[in-house]
Design a protein around this ligand. Structure first.
Ligand code: SAH
Ligand code: SF4
Length: 346
C-alpha cells in the first residue's frame, strides 16, 4: 500500500479501512510522518492545551484475576490497602489545592466501596467544583446510575482488547459481553466514556489492534487511553514480551487521526517503558496527562506493572514536574474542566 497516501487520507478524511490501519501499524518507514500528521490534527481539533487529571489510587484490592495485572486477586506478593472514604476526600481536597480541575478515582474492583460509601465520596468531592472520573471496573447499571446521580461525570473502562477470545483468555471469569454492556450503560446514563486497550498482549495481532481503533469510533468514546502491556513478574504473564513504545505511539496517532476531537491521555505506562514516553505521546496526538496525586507508600503498592514511575515522589513534585515538561514543548496546562467538545470534521 502507498503509506504516505494513507497518512494523507487519514489526516484529511479521518477515515481508514481496517486493512489500511493494519498497513500503517505494520509500517516502520514512515512513523515520523504518521506521528506528525496526528500532532497536526491534535492541534487543529483540541489545540495546544494539555488537560491534567489528578489520579487517586484509592484501593489496590481486587476481586478480579486479570492475567496481566499485578492487582489480580491471586497475587499474594502485593500488600493490599484500602483508603477510608474520608482519606480519599482528603486527597481530593489536596489535589484541588494543586489546581486540578478533574480528579480520577481508580481502584481494583473492590466491594468494600458500597454504593453508599461511593455516594459520600463523590458528593463531597463534587463540592470542590471539580469534574469526577471513576475507574473502578464493572458494576451493575443501577450502581453506575447511583454514582451518576451523586455527581460523577466520567468513567474509564478499557475494553483491553476487542479480540473476544483473547479477552476471555486473559480475564478469567469475565465476559466480553458484560464489558460491552458496561460501556453501553455508561453511555446511556450520560457519562463521558473513556475506554482503550493494552498494546502488545501475548497473542494480540495488528488486525486486533485495528479492530480496537474502529471499535472506539463505533461506540463514540470520548476518551481513549492506550498503553503498552508491561509484563508483571508476579502474574501468569511474567514471561510474556511486552508492548513497545513505537507501536503504542502509532496507536495513539491513529486514534487521533480517526477520532480527531477525543481526549487522549499520554499514559504513565508509556513513561515507564520510555523515559520521555509521555512527551512523545503528547507530540503524537495525545492532549491529556494524569499525574498521580496518591500519597506515601500507596503509590508503590498500586503495582499494576513493575517499574511504575514516580513512586517515590509527592503530588506537589509531580504537578511541578509535568507542568515544566509541558511548557518545554510549547504547550500549556488547560484551565478548564476539559470535557470533550464535539467538533465536526475540518
Ligand atoms: N480495576 C479497574 C481499574 C484499574 S486497572 C479496571 O480494570 O478497569 C486500570 C488499567 O490498568 C487496566 O484497564 C489495564 O489496562 C491497566 N493494566 C493492568 N495491568 C497492566 C500491565 N501489566 N501493563 C500495563 N497496563 C496494565
Ligand atoms: Fe483488577 Fe482492574 Fe487489575 Fe483486572 S485490571 S485485576 S479488574 S485492577
Amino acid at each position: 500500500m502507498d503509506i504516505p497516501a494513507l497518512i494523507a487520507k487519514a489526516e484529511t478524511t479521518h477515515t481508514l479501512a481496517k486493512d489500511e490501519i493494519v498497513a500503517l501499524l505494520a509500517d516502520d518507514a514512515h512513523t515520523d510522518a504518521l506521528l506528525a500528521a496526528a500532532d497536526r490534527v491534535r492541534r487543529l481539533y483540541v489545540g495546544d492545551e494539555v488537560h491534567l487529571r489528578g489520579l487517586i489510587e484509592f484501593s489496590n484490592t481486587c476481586r478480579q484475576n486479570c492475567h496481566y495485572c499485578g492487582l489480580r486477586r491471586d497475587n499474594a506478593a502485593v500488600v493490599r490497602y484500602r483508603l477510608e472514604p474520608d482519606a480519599v476526600i482528603d486527597l481530593a481536597r489536596k489535589a484541588h489545592g494543586y489546581g486540578y480541575k478533574t480528579l480520577v478515582l481508580q481502584s481494583g474492583e473492590d466491594p468494600y466501596y458500597t454504593v453508599d460509601k461511593l455516594r459520600h465520596i463523590i458528593g463531597e468531592i463534587k463540592k470542590l467544583g471539580v469534574a469526577v472520573t471513576l475507574s473502578i471496573g464493572e458494576k451493575t447499571c443501577e450502581e453506575y446510575s447511583a454514582y451518576k446521580e451523586a455527581g460523577a461525570d466520567r468513567y474509564l473502562l478499557r475494553i483491553e482488547t476487542t479480540d473476544r477470545r483473547l479477552y476471555e483468555a486473559l480475564d478469567p471469569g469475565m465476559s466480553f459481553e458484560n464489558r460491552l454492556r458496561c460501556l453501553r450503560d455508561l453511555k446511556t446514563l450520560g457519562y463521558e466514556v473513556g475506554t482503550g486497550s493494552l498494546i502488545g498482549l501475548p497473542g494480540q495481532t495488528l488486525a486486533a489492534i485495528a479492530d480496537d481503533i474502529l471499535f472506539f469510533r463505533q461506540i463514540d468514546a470520548d476518551m481513549i487511553g492506550v498503553g503498552p502491556f508491561i509484563p508483571n513478574p508476579d502474574t501468569p504473564l511474567a514471561a510474556a514480551g511486552g508492548g513497545t513504545i513505537a507501536l503504542s505511539l502509532k496507536v495513539v496517532a491513529l486514534v487521533r487521526l480517526l477520532l480527531p476531537d477525543v481526549n487522549i491521555p499520554a499514559t504513565t505506562a508509556m513513561e515507564t517503558i520510555d523515559e520521555n514516553g509521555r512527551i512523545k505521546a503528547l507530540r503524537s496526538g495525545a492532549n491529556v496527562v494524569m499525574p498521580n496525586v496518591t500519597e506515601g507508600d500507596y503509590r508503590r503498592l498500586y503495582a499494576l506493572y513493575p517499574g511504575k514511575i514516580c513512586v517515590g515522589d509527592t503530588p506537589a513534585h509531580c504537578r511541578a514536574c509535568i507542568g515544566g515538561k509541558i511548557a518545554a514543548i510549547g504547550r500549556r496546562v488547560a484551565a478548564g474542566h476539559g470535557f470533550r467538545q464535539k467538533r465536526t470534521a475540518r
